[in-house]
Design a protein around this ligand. Structure first.
Ligand code: RUG
Length: 818
């Protein structure tokens, strides 16, 4: 326990809150009411630290990071906050005395699901690490009224249900109306002469008021509380008589609707750009508000805005916040009156960009007509940035039109946001070593050749506080006991200490018993939520992540079909019972991904109800995969499926969470898998499939024909035929035809089997066989699992953040004393 947590005070605070919020005594409080009361009591503890931290930052005039992101996939806050104020045991005890179970109360809290997947969760882990390491930082984002949709499975199909996460309010947030900021859209730009210079004034625009809500980000045991600032939109003048009288009725209604719509909902696309106008409005909305506020805050204590970059750095989380480059220019030029060159100097010393993907369909390219209509002044600035950049290319590569075309920001009627981000930033980083190399040598090679000094790698990481200490208390306690210290909680490298136990049979037994208990916990969850019985003694083989073709959930389920065929042919086949567990949301408009979910559930229906295979195979699709159930899933996994087509998964972070919880990776040499294998040793993982070089080579030069595999491999052919002969969909044999076609028939835009599923299939099946063989030797398995945990130190987001600080942000640590 940290000093200063008073159990009696806390108890009184909870009772007081129940009384004031619900007009009840504590004995009558329902779990949800008790949750609210406890959350407010914890907030009360946090608030003092929050105030102290911000005062200390101001006093030290500390440089501040603004982590700009459309997504923050925070999950639940209560448990995390209690852990980070180091009061878990005390709170648990007090609540027990009051007749409440902390776990039950935690379950009352909706996940804050303001993100899609890896990119948003990375932002959340980064905030946790920043606060824990004591670095001054804001997360800047949007307060979506509806977060990532809730997934229901009906008749095997995904149904999207709105996520009303704010229905009962959010106990931890603080509305900061004093920082409300106007954001303007549309209209036109007028040039006027004023004070002897040309000025640009936006007129005839619509605007909204951006109002920030602050959420505390609690550091672990260090009194530091940073801020996640998410912006809500409100109408500037609520629909009023004045505008009605002026005949501005239409405009008033439009402004009101604009404000209502902007923050309504998170776009549920992961790794995919949909080009929706409202999305661009969202981007500019939160960026303009954040940038304006950052400049204003700086100016409150600093006279010279030309030195803005000395105290502020903006990290752009993907291209989504890239308008920040032009918005900062606008503020510096139009509002601060700086000349172009000075403003550009400040901007390019302030902004840094993280690239998270090479997938072309994820790259944002806004049509110029839309962009310039919505953001007329911003567009002018982008035009000028582009003009100057083209001049620079001309100078460096005279007459090389190819370079100009490849690198232009404005090209072919589009604004290429990645190019704007690279040109406007002093740092461009990839998210795993392999990914960064691919950026340098393939996707962004022209930029790398021109400005190599900007490029750097920052391999992703995860917070061990949520994904081990909170998510897997049994293993966390075991690690602490074995190491004789909790130091790993803030220094994950220390977990290496358990490596010495890998060969120790007692330790192996203890480890396997913990895994078994975690599997029982997950089995119970599955029974409660899916009504399926699974055997905790079977191998839990897990693939949880967004559903995307490049992640190849399809290969996984085709392999299940392949195994099932073998079992049908030979029910006595010797195999270790296996439970294949899937969890995945598909973007609402991603038809093929949704059909893959249906296929997984259709296979599950057949396999799980076939008594002849003696329970050797089970398939479970966990509904509504999200941060809170992820914690339970990682803790229970034996096998971590990381099977993306090599070169496509920039990093992956689920792979790290599995490793930390002692699951063995079954994966391709893609993203951060490469570094995981490097840390733990290839002999403690199951690696298969083509390398990224081979994939890229096929993509460039052709030469892959899945039909040859189909014709020559009877087992694969049998599996594929089952997609179109009604084996898993007797009512509608054609149901999975689209999937079959995607594997075998080229269509207008794509090669057949774009993601090389058939190409890698045999190698995958062989690796799966090795898993089966390896699991039979429980001592070996335990050893390999312990080694995975022991070697996960590199993958703490604390390490990642320290690298960002050292190489990009250059922040100073701040100590907060109460
Ligand atoms: O797909 C990537 C993951 O590989 C990566 O681990 C994660 C965090 O860096 O970001 C994911 N990502 C990429 N999500 N959206 C994109 C492209 O917009």
């Amino acid at each position: 326990m940290k000093m200063g947590f008073d159990k009696e005070e806390f108890k009184k605070s909870v009772e007081y809150n129940v009384k004031n919020l619900f007009r009840k005594t504590i004995d009558d409080a329902k779990p949800n009411e008790a949750f609210q009361a406890v959350a407010y009591a914890i907030k009360d503890v946090i608030i003092d630290e929050w105030i102290a931290t911000q005062k200390q930052y101001a006093k030290e005039d500390a440089k501040t990071l603004y982590y700009m992101s459309m997504e923050f996939l925070m999950g639940r806050a209560l448990g995390n906050n209690i852990i980070n104020i180091m009061a878990w045991d005390e709170v648990k005890e007090v609540l027990e005395e009051m007749g409440f179970d902390l776990n039950v109360l935690e379950d009352q809290e909706p996940d804050a699901a303001l993100g899609n997947g890896g990119l948003g969760r990375l932002a959340a882990c980064f905030l946790d690490s920043l606060a824990t390491l004591g670095y001054p930082a804001y997360g800047c984002g949007i307060r979506y009224r509806y977060g990532m949709f809730k997934q229901k499975i009906e008749d095997g199909y995904q149904i999207e249900v709105p996520d009303e996460w704010l229905k009962d309010g959010n106990p931890f947030e603080v509305r900061r109306s004093e920082y409300a900021t106007e954001v303007k859209f549309g209209g036109y730009v007028k040039t006027v002469w004023e004070d002897g210079r040309e000025k640009f004034v936006q007129e005839g625009y619509q605007s909204v008021m951006a109002v920030p809500y602050d959420l505390p980000i609690v550091g672990y045991g260090n009194n530091v509380v940073n801020t996640l600032r998410i912006w809500d939109a409100q109408p500037i003048n609520t629909f009023n008589l004045e505008s009605f009288d002026k005949g501005d009725y239409q405009k008033a209604v439009e402004q009101e609707n604009l404000a209502k719509n902007i923050c309504e909902v998170l776009y549920p696309n992961d790794n995919h750009y949909a080009g929706k106008e409202l999305r661009l409005k969202q981007q500019y909305f939160f960026i303009s508000a954040s940038v304006q506020r950052a400049v204003k805050k700086y100016k409150e204590t600093h006279p010279d805005v030309r030195k803005f970059y000395e105290k502020n750095v903006f990290q752009l989380n993907d291209t989504h916040p890239t308008v920040a480059v032009a918005e900062l220019m606008r503020v510096l030029l139009d509002e601060e009156g700086l000349p172009w060159d000075v403003a550009w100097d400040v901007t390019t010393k302030t902004c840094a960009y993280t690239n998270h993907t090479i997938m072309s369909e994820a790259l944002e390219k806004w049509p110029i007509d839309l962009f310039s209509r919505l953001l007329p002044r911003i567009y002018q600035i982008v035009e000028e940035i582009n003009r100057r950049f083209m001049e620079q290319i001309q100078q460096m590569y005279p007459g090389d039109d190819h370079k100009m075309a490849r690198m232009a920001i404005l090209y072919d009627g589009q604004v290429r946001m990645a190019h704007l981000a690279i040109v406007g930033s002093f740092s461009v980083n990839g998210v795993a070593r392999l990914h960064t190399e691919i950026l340098k040598t393939q996707e962004l090679k022209h930029f790398y050749q021109m400005m190599p000094q900007k490029f750097n790698n920052k391999t992703n990481g995860i917070t061990q506080r949520r994904f081990l200490l909170h998510g897997n208390p049994l293993l966390a306690a075991w690690v602490t006991e074995k190491l004789g210290s909790k130091a790993w909680v803030t220094d994950l490298k220390q977990i290496k200490g358990i490596e010495a136990l890998a060969e120790d049979e007692t330790a192996q037994k203890e480890f396997m018993e913990i895994k078994f208990q975690n599997k029982i916990r997950l089995a119970k969850y599955i029974k409660e939520h899916n009504g399926i019985d699974v055997d905790p003694r079977s191998i839990f083989d897990v693939q949880v992540k967004r559903l995307h073709e490049y992640k190849r959930q399809l290969m996984n389920i085709l392999h299940v079909m392949f195994l099932y065929n073998q079992l049908r042919d030979n029910p006595n086949m010797d195999m270790v019972p296996r439970t294949f567990i899937f969890g995945a949301k598909a973007a609402a408009g991603y038809r093929r991904a949704k059909l893959t979910i249906k296929l997984i559930n259709a296979v599950a229906d057949v396999v799980n109800n076939d008594a002849s295979i003696q329970g050797k195979l089970k398939v479970v699709f966990i509904e509504d995969y999200r941060v809170s159930n992820a914690e339970i899933i990682f803790a229970a996994a034996d096998v971590s499926e990381q099977i993306s087509t090599a070169s496509k998964e920039a990093s992956g972070t689920g792979n790290m969470k599995f490793m930390l919880n002692g699951a063995l990776t079954l994966g391709t040499m893609d993203g951060a898998n490469v570094e995981i294998v490097e840390e733990v040793g290839a002999e403690h993982a199951f690696i298969f499939g083509m390398s990224s070089d081979e994939v890229i080579n096929y993509e460039k030069n052709g030469g892959y024909d899945p039909m040859t595999i189909f014709n020559n491999d009877a087992d694969i052919r049998r599996v594929l035929m089952q997609l179109i002969n009604g084996y898993y969909s007797p009512q509608n044999p054609e149901l999975f035809r689209e999937i079959y076609d995607s594997l075998l028939n080229r269509n207008s835009s794509d090669r057949a089997d774009t993601y090389f599923i058939l190409k890698d299939f045999r190698s995958y099946a062989d690796a799966q066989k090795q898993v089966d063989a390896a699991y039979r030797n429980q001592n070996w398995w335990a050893k390999a699992a312990i080694l995975n945990v022991a070697n996960s130190g590199k993958f703490s987001s604390d390490r990642t953040i320290q690298e960002y600080v050292d190489d990009i942000w250059h922040l100073d640590k701040v100590e907060v004393k109460l």
